[in-house]
Design a protein around this ligand. Structure first.
Ligand code: F7E
Length: 328
């Protein structure tokens, strides 16, 4: 039985990856940080199948212990401060969690089990103010936020450990990937949740930032399979994972509102609070290397993804509201 250690396991990607690895017969270990209000919502179906290890990304001793206890064949480093907008007000915390912690994880693996295969969650945010379109593995980075800068560090330290210590370390340069498990602050989920609340009469407007930003949005459930495929190859390497399509935030609004028979223009209000100090205007990934070498393919397209998210939020908001009406 193969053994995998996942950091960030209670997040969107971690939960899909845990389910995928469990379905493949893996023994799955999840690193969890102590919080006063633990949130297992994303992993509720598989919580009891995961072996939980207490640890913190910023505490190297706890990571060494996590690698020792799990004795993993594969390590997936998904934990980070992942919300770009929060990286301006918290640049140092983002640097510790999203950049330096990657070295902590790599060090823990190098010291305890250097033969383990390592996956680093790199990001299309590294391309930032893009110098070429579409973006591919060889496109130079030009990050536009403290988050993007931190991810560039994480990316290069992973490459460096591969080259310095001959470790099987891979970076997946994943473009935006979404799902009903996405955090409510990210734009797709903010819109699907907002549409559900407006449709159900619980909300009357949706306050948004820059509607012209273009993103390459895929389904997280498809993207975690690419992570696994990267670690099954003969040689470690880095891969872009994307859909090869780009859509604006405005198109996202159109698709989501029109799906429930509404016109977004009647509800959306532009609020400077959601406009970023520096923007990534356009992302469009070329994932031909992943398709060719990994045999990776995607199943869920943009419209289907947004409609799935709206459907799930309608269900959830309806249920929450019914429960509220019952007790009041
Ligand atoms: O913003 C614009 C915003 O926060 C997308 C993370 O997973 O993907 C994600 O980063 C776009 C931006 O994701 C609102 O300005 C407009 O242009 O959903 P987001 P992100 O910043 O692209 C990459 C690959 C990662 O690695 C990150 O961890 O939407 N936008 N109005 C808005 N965005 C938000 N959040 N809220 C708004 O009201």
């Amino acid at each position: 039985m193969k053994r995998a250690l996942i950091t960030g396991i209670t997040g969107q990607d971690g939960s899909y990856l845990a389910e995928f690895l469990l379905s493949k017969g893996y023994k799955v270990f999840g690193l969890r940080r102590r919080t006063s209000t633990p949130n297992y919502e994303n992993v509720q179906q598989v919580k009891d199948k995961i072996t939980w290890i207490s640890g913190d990304l910023t505490d190297l001793a706890s990571l060494i212990e996590a690698v020792r206890i799990s004795d993993p064949d594969e390590v997936y480093n998904l934990a980070a401060q992942s919300f770009v907008a929060a990286s301006w007000p918290q640049p140092l915390a983002t640097g510790h969690l999203t950049a330096i912690s990657v070295t902590n994880m790599l060090e823990a693996v190098r010291i305890v089990k250097p033969s383990a295969r390592f996956y680093q969650a790199s990001s299309s945010e590294m391309f930032g103010k893009v110098v070429e379109t579409p973006q591919r593995e060889t496109t130079p980075f030009y990050p536009r936020s403290p988050y993007g800068v931190a991810k560039v560090y994480g990316h290069w330290i992973t490459v460096n450990y591969r080259e310095s210590f001959n470790m099987f370390a891979c970076s997946g340069i994943l473009f935006n990937h979404e799902s009903p498990r996405r955090g409510l602050e990210f734009v797709t989920r903010k819109v699907s949740d907002g549409v559900a609340r407006i449709k159900l009469g619980l909300k009357h407007e949706l306050r948004m930032g820059n509607l012209e930003a273009l993103r390459d949005w895929g389904f997280a459930g498809d993207y975690v399979k690419a992570m696994w495929l990267m670690l099954q190859q003969e040689e470690p390497d880095d891969y872009v994972i994307s859909t090869g399509e780009t859509h604006s935030v405005r198109e996202l609004l159109e698709v989501a509102f029109s799906y429930v028979g509404l016109d977004y223009q009647q509800y959306v209000v532009i609020d400077p609070e959601f406009v970023r100090p520096a923007e990534v205007d356009l992302l469009l990934g070329d994932c031909s290397k992943a398709k060719e070498k990994l045999g990776w393919k995607l199943d869920v397209g943009f419209k289907q993804l947004i409609e799935m998210m709206v459907d799930e939020d309608l269900k959830r908001v309806r249920a929450e509201n019914n429960a509220f009406l019952l007790v009041n």
